[in-house]
Design a protein around this ligand. Structure first.
Ligand code: 6GU
Length: 261
């Protein structure tokens, strides 16, 4: 996959060269290019922002550097990619989820446009909409100073799904959100630590029993921490035993979906 990021703080994205994603780039599984928006601002001060029309607090990113920067990215992408996806990190976007990470991991190229200040002049998004599939995306309901940290999170979540990036693909199956539930708790040696013991079942060697215990832990954790993940969930994947646990936790199956009782 090819990923382009446009930002006024390209150094902010430096951690993406480390660890798993750094290795993926060395191995040619991921090509990551970070572009400095100021390289597309041609006045003496390389200005990228200005005061908002209509008044109000803060500054707005000027359209001209964005037009040139996105044109440069488009020109460098394969002609084969007709309308590449442009992700615009914004607290006003759709929420980034594991499902969206899976969807975006299928794309041959992704471009990220990092806004700062109060945001990017809206006409950039209109103009870009004729050339890209534009998707404003939010990490969640809180405000960051700019898109860079959000892009790091999204690129990491997407990058680790690319074939060959994670050594053991099994570890992608048994993790939080991969099946709509939170992950079960994990333990390692020693079996007793500061008066806290590893649950007996994990020492039993009985793999059937362990799998059932883990599944139950997933359900209990999800009900306790993230009940909204269960309400309305498709119940067809839950067997008799899981439904019994869910009933104890206050969830019934109604018309094939989970409901609180
Ligand atoms: Cl994607 N960007 C910014 N600036 N703030 C955010 C966000 C994104 N997601 C949550 N807060």
């Amino acid at each position: 996959m090819r990923i382009d990021v446009v930002s006024i703080f390209p150094e902010y994205l430096a951690p993406l060269k480390l660890s798993l994603l750094g290795r993926a780039q060395e191995d040619g599984l991921l090509q990551l290019d970070v572009h400095d928006l100021r390289d597309f601002a041609f006045d003496r001060h390389r200005t990228v922002d200005d005061t908002p029309y209509g008044g109000g607090a803060g500054m707005v990113m000027k359209p001209e550097p964005w037009g040139l920067a996105l044109e440069a990215v488009l020109a460098s992408l394969e002609a084969a990619e007709r309308r590449p996806t442009l992700i615009v990190p914004s607290p006003a976007g759709e929420v980034f989820t594991q499902a969206l990470a899976y969807e975006l991991a299928e794309e041959p190229t992704l471009t990220f446009a990092c806004g700062r200040y109060e945001g990017i002049d809206e006409r950039v998004l209109e103009w870009a909409g004729e050339r890209f599939r534009v998707r404003p995306v939010s990490l969640g309901d809180y405000v960051l100073n700019g898109g860079e940290v959000a892009v790091m999170a999204m690129v990491e979540a997407i990058g680790r799904l690319l074939p060959g990036v994670v050594g053991n693909p099994e570890s992608l199956v048994e993790e939080s959100h991969s099946d709509g539930l939170l992950e079960y708790p994990v333990y390692t040696k020693p079996s007793s630590w500061r008066g806290h013991d590893v649950p007996e079942v994990l020492l039993s060697g009985n793999h059937g029993l362990i799998a059932r215990w883990r599944r139950e832990q997933q359900l209990r954790r999800t009900a306790g921490r993230r009940p909204e993940l269960l309400v309305g969930a498709d119940a067809s994947g839950f067997g008799r035993e899981e439904r019994a646990v869910l009933a104890e936790l206050g969830y019934d199956v109604v018309d094939g979906r989970l409901e609180r009782h």
